[in-house]
Design a protein around this ligand. Structure first.
Ligand code: ATP
Length: 247
């Protein structure tokens, strides 16, 4: 069972009226991978990710996430996974500790367990002096690190991160990636979208979407070989040039 992919979809499609936002994507993610989900603005990443997280139902296709059916078990998938949306998910008018407590409660953790994990998070993020700081007062990069810790508070098998480092300074981005590596080393599969091609290089494997379709899939080194490119940035740009959609 544990050798089964944590995520596997076939011909997954999402249409909005007559427009096909995600067009028959087929791929799998192995347990423990850091999977980079790339694509230009409007390629369909967020729409695809929402289907994988149980937040919207596919128009057609099939697949499973954490052993649950993406066509029929969205509600169960939502509870099983971790998800950090592009739009900031913490409450600005609550303190750091209050946010952790709130989400711990939503995930159904016991009070003592929440406190234990809160102490762990504050130590890991070096936030010990900030437990009572309002989240709205934290710099963006700090908020994002906290949002990641909250999204993985219930130790999900897989966590989905939608552009978690957008607008964050390079040093904090690096720290954020250390958190990702730590989670992956602890057995959590990480599914992440990013616009930063240096981050694509940190992934075990990446897929690149163009106009709703997956046009490349493999380890960064494989893709660079395949596209005779010196960097993931070059691979990405050579595919993005072929896009018809303009956002
Ligand atoms: P970004 O990086 O800008 O978030 P993306 O790759 O995540 O881009 P999506 O947000 O998935 O792209 O959008 C894919 C396409 O589907 C876009 O053309 C978008 O306008 C369209 N789209 C997304 N959601 C809807 C919707 N609810 N109704 C109609 N069209 C939509």
């Amino acid at each position: 069972m544990d050798n089964d992919p944590i995520l596997s979809v076939r011909e997954l499609t999402k249409c909005f009226g007559g427009f096909t936002a995600v067009d028959r994507i087929t791929f799998s993610v192995a347990r423990g991978e850091i999977f980079g989900f790339l694509g230009a603005n409007g390629a369909g990443k967020t729409t695809a990710m929402r289907m994988l997280c149980g937040l919207s139902y596919p128009t057609s296709g099939s697949g499973t996430v954490a052993g649950l059916d993406v066509m029929t078990q969205g509600e169960q998938i939502k509870r099983r996974i971790g998800y950090m949306s592009q739009r900031f998910s913490l409450y600005d008018d609550l303190t750091v500790l209050e946010n952790i407590r709130l989400y711990g409660g939503i995930y159904g953790l016991r009070r003592r367990e929440i406190l234990r994990r809160a102490v762990g998070i504050l130590r890991r993020l070096d936030f010990r002096g900030e437990a009572r700081t309002l989240v709205g007062r934290l710099p963006l990069g700090w908020k994002q690190k906290l949002a990641f810790s909250v999204a993985t508070l219930h130790r999900p098998e897989i966590v989905f991160l939608d552009e978690p480092t957008g607008g964050v300074d390079p040093v904090t981005r690096r720290q954020f990636w250390e958190l990702i590596y730590e989670a992956a080393a602890g057995g959590t599969t990480v599914f992440v979208t990013t616009h930063y091609m240096d981050e694509a290089e940190y992934c075990t494997r990446v897929s690149i979407m163009v106009d709703g379709r997956i046009r490349a899939l493999g380890a960064p080194a494989e893709l660079k070989r395949q596209f005779a490119a010196g960097s993931m940035d070059e691979v990405f740009r050579s595919l993005a040039r072929t896009a018809q959609r303009t956002e």
